[in-house]
Design a protein around this ligand. Structure first.
Ligand SMILES: C[S@@+](CC[C@H](N)C(=O)[O-])C[C@H]1O[C@@H](n2cnc3c(N)ncnc32)[C@H](O)[C@@H]1O
Length: 299
């Protein structure tokens, strides 16, 4: 494991994502509180993930975290379900959560950049807020492609650039610290969750998913952009508190949609299609080009 990945792992071993919301009562109540807060703040997870499509499918989730989405996949009756995370903490949370509902999944510690599954073994690979944390995002996306069957679907959320979160962090940690030459990408890397966190433009995403066909990339405002919920907990101060109070959320929702932190990517692994008949291949045999059938970006 690289030094940076080890740092990423240590970061998420300290606290899993969303743990701040898992408060009060016994384990079950804590999990319920976390799921309630999660889906109240991020209701768009449901239309994006489309959990019911997991019925009778082989599904993999990369970066299960506290396991709220993993339970949703398990509830929808997949033929098989697997989940991985870099940390023991997340795997234990997710296993505990599944067992409360009598649900099952092959959940284990593993690295997104080296998935421990044979090629072409899943119909759906889902990952929410994970692949921007791993040092080699491109390698992880190639792994998603490898383990998907032809016709299989990748549903992946990675961080988007430019975003309001990025600009706010830049004002706080670059301009406010007297270092205006610091790039926003450096600021993401040092101040947005685990060390080395990255963010990607729509064009970057289309390149990263270039081996897929039918890529749809859409930008979503996050609670961080709107300064809602516990977003920004890691970053404290009077300016932030004042910003929370006066933030014109209605205006941001109307005019700032292209500056959301979340980039939702829905990509299909190509079906082999008869793309062209190559003159070089005479004698009646078709050339089965395996080129992407189309790429579309919607922002
Ligand atoms: C922001 S949390 C998101 C967790 C969950 N998907 C959610 O939405 O709550 C990021 C998660 O990605 C995991 N992670 C980071 N790098 C990873 C890698 N290379 N392989 C597997 N998991 C990784 C972390 O351990 C952490 O649990």
């Amino acid at each position: 494991m690289t030094e940076l990945k080890d740092t990423v792992r240590s970061f998420w071993e300290q606290t899993s994502c969303g743990e701040i919301y898992a408060a009060g009562g016994d384990a079950q109540q804590c999990f319920e509180a976390q799921a309630r807060a999660r889906y109240a703040m991020e209701p768009f997870i449901f239309p994006f993930a489309q959990f019911p499509q997991g019925l009778n499918k082989d599904v993999l989730e990369i970066g299960v975290g506290m396991g709220a989405d993993h339970v949703e996949w398990a509830r929808c009756g997949p033929r098989s379900l697997a989940g991985i995370d870099l940390t023991d903490r997340a795997v234990k949370f997710t296993q505990a959560r599944l067992s409360q509902f009598g649900l099952h999944s092959d959940v284990r510690v593993a690295d997104a950049e080296h998935l421990p599954f044979p090629s072409s073994s899943f119909d759906i690979v889902y990952s929410w807020g994970v692949l921007h944390h791993t040092p080699d995002t491109s390698r992880a996306i190639n792994e998603v492609w490898r383990v998907l069957r032809p016709g299989g679907s990748a549903r992946v959320m990675i961080y988007h650039h430019p975003s309001l979160v990025g600009y706010m962090l830049w004002v706080r940690y670059a301009l406010g610290a007297g270092r205006p030459s610091t790039s926003i990408r450096e600021v993401y890397s040092h101040h947005l969750e685990s060390p080395g966190t990255q963010a990607f433009s729509v064009l970057d995403a289309l390149r990263l998913f270039g081996r897929f066909s039918k890529i749809t990339a859409s930008i979503q405002l996050s609670n961080g952009d709107l300064l809602e919920g516990e977003a920004g907990q890691r970053h404290k101060g009077h300016v932030l508190s004042a910003a929370r109070l006066i933030r014109p959320r209605w205006l941001i929702r109307r005019a700032g949609r292209r500056l959301g932190l979340f980039l939702l990517i829905d990509a299909v692994k190509w079906h082999a299609v008869v793309h062209s008949w190559r003159p070089a291949m005479r004698g009646g045999s078709a050339c089965l080009d395996r080129f992407p059938v189309g790429i579309s970006g919607t922002a």
